[in-house]
Write a protein that binds this ligand. Structure first.
Ligand SMILES: [Zn+2]
Length: 270
């Protein structure tokens, strides 16, 4: 029996056979009431019980779970990191805004000169059109806003709340929630290698990927010692934390160019 969408096979579109790179099909052994994932390739013997594959996956997920006692420091580091790498974007934006203001002044000025009869309508129109066009081009450039500080705090809070109970959310969630979480944490899926019976996640969303690294560093800090936020931030960036765009109609996301790190409120509200 071939199964498409099934609550018992949440990894179906997400997992792939390491040797064939193809997603498996699923089937049910009715007699035993057990589900299996099976590679689609003829002759490939990649075949695994859903129950044990799910255990592997849940264990893997658990390594990215945040210990609540580290939450405040991790939050500080994430906020600092985001702030730091968007500084350049914000500086550029400031200079574009300044140019827009200058263009508006120029437009006002030629309007005044035209009204006073200092220039004729052809010249007035020519320059007004030119300035308006430049203004529009610049405005479209700054329409991709970066997160402002309150949105950022909310987004990071949500992501960290999620990371405190990754395993539980995956185990208790419905099919859609499971799939959303899988894709959020591991944007390029999960490989299963039959030869060594192991799962592998080639890409980890940087916010989650940073957690085990930061937690290890934080655990080494002795009581009363200062927290090297700057140094920790470097570790986060090394995992691929690099935001580029944000916020569409109230739905905010931090999108990272190569790390595919996406905090979307839609996904976070699992
Ligand atoms: Zn295969």
């Amino acid at each position: 029996m071939c199964l498409t969408e099934n609550d018992n096979l949440p990894l179906k579109q997400f997992i792939y056979c390491e040797s064939c790179k193809l997603p498996p099909t699923g089937y049910l052994v009715k007699k035993k009431g057990l589900y299996y994932y099976k590679c689609r390739t003829k002759g490939c013997s990649c075949n695994k019980s859903a129950k044990s594959l799910h255990t592997y996956f849940a264990e893997d997920l658990k390594t990215y779970q945040l210990d609540p006692k580290y939450k405040d420091i991790v939050k500080d580091v994430m906020t600092y990191t985001y702030d730091n790498i968007t500084k350049e974007i914000r500086t550029q934006k400031k200079s574009v805004k300044k140019t827009i203001t200058e263009l508006s002044t120029k437009i006002e000025s030629i309007e005044e000169r035209y009204a006073l009869g200092e220039i004729n309508s052809a010249i007035y129109k020519k320059f007004k059109d030119k300035y308006e066009r430049q203004k529009q081009e610049l405005q479209s450039k700054i329409e991709n806003p970066t997160l402002n500080s309150s949105n950022l705090e909310l987004a990071i809070d949500k992501a960290l709340n999620l990371s405190e109970s990754l395993e539980k959310i995956w185990l208790d969630g419905d099919l859609k929630q499971k799939q959303n979480l899988q894709n959020l944490v591991f944007p390029s899926g999960l490989g299963y290698d039959k030869s060594n019976d192991r799962v592998r996640t080639p890409k980890v969303n940087a916010i989650f990927g940073s957690i085990p690294i930061l937690s290890k560093e934080i655990s080494n800090i002795k009581n009363g010692e200062p927290i090297p936020v700057n140094q920790f931030s470097g570790l986060v960036i090394a995992t691929g934390f690099e935001p580029v765009t944000v916020c569409l109609e109230g739905r905010c996301s931090i999108q990272l160019s190569y790390a595919t790190f996406i905090i979307s409120f839609e996904l976070i509200d699992l």
